[in-house]
Write a protein that binds this ligand. Structure first.
Ligand code: COA
Length: 193
């Protein structure tokens, strides 16, 4: 399947656009993540306050290449033409043929707490269960990350369990992880209801 699967590259709904990163996105990525450092730092291990445009551009190009190769599907979230966050259908739960993907997300500080994360996840489910082959989409969050858990719950994902002390948090302490998931049939039924 992998060799003949051509991943959809963009989803739009009004002023919201979710798409693969492209060469040239580095400046926008650098600006959004540097301005969001304090907001992202507690939850995202990759957050840094020392990030050049060239480094950000390299990240965008690598993401673009991986996307074309079906190795991983990192996405950018744009609102009214501004980079407002990042996401992805990540192949962390099996290869593409398993039809499982894990959705990750960050919303920039400028847009956080205004409903965008919830809206973006709704869009990712609509896109993921229509144009993509996903049968099961998951969302992992630190049990202390109330906003992240709410985004999942508001979108109808089921908390399937909690992994205990499964990884190191950004603070170096072991942390617990809630696993949320939604199945294609479940999502389709909810649309019909
Ligand atoms: C988690 C994140 C993606 C949520 O996106 P968002 O756009 O801020 O969320 P929304 O505005 O859609 O809010 C969703 C819910 O969380 C609540 N919420 C938002 N920020 C919150 C906060 N800091 N503390 C507690 N609850 C919060 C909202 O009130 C809302 O719940 P409600 O509708 O019951 O009132 C975003 O805040 C973020 O990027 N955080 C840093 C990175 C991160 O944690 N990523 C997730 C990793 S799993």
């Amino acid at each position: 399947m992998a060799s003949t699967f051509f991943a959809p590259s963009e989803y739009s709904d009004g002023d919201l656009s979710i798409r693969a990163y492209r060469p040239g996105d580095g400046a926008a990525l650098q600006r959004a993540t540097l301005a969001s450092y304090e907001h992202l730092r507690p939850w995202m291990p990759w957050a840094t306050n020392d990030y050049s445009i060239e480094q950000a551009e390299a990240v965008c190009r690598r993401a673009h290449a991986n996307y074309l190769l079906n190795d991983d599907f990192t996405l950018s979230i744009w609102l009214g033409g501004e980079l407002a966050g990042g996401s992805g259908f990540h192949l962390r739960e099996g290869p593409l043929a398993s039809r499982n993907a894990q959705i990750g997300m960050w919303i920039s500080a400028a847009y956080a707490g205004q409903g965008l994360g919830s809206r973006a996840l709704a869009a990712l489910l609509a896109w993921g269960f229509s144009d993509w082959p996903w049968e099961r989409l998951t969302w992992h969050c630190d049990t202390r990350n109330v906003a992240s858990a709410r985004v999942a719950e508001k979108n109808g994902l089921t908390r399937e369990g909690t992994l205990r002390a499964d990884r190191f948090g950004v603070d170096g302490q072991r942390r617990d992880t809630h696993i949320y998931a939604i199945l294609r049939d479940e999502w389709l039924q909810r649309q019909g209801a």
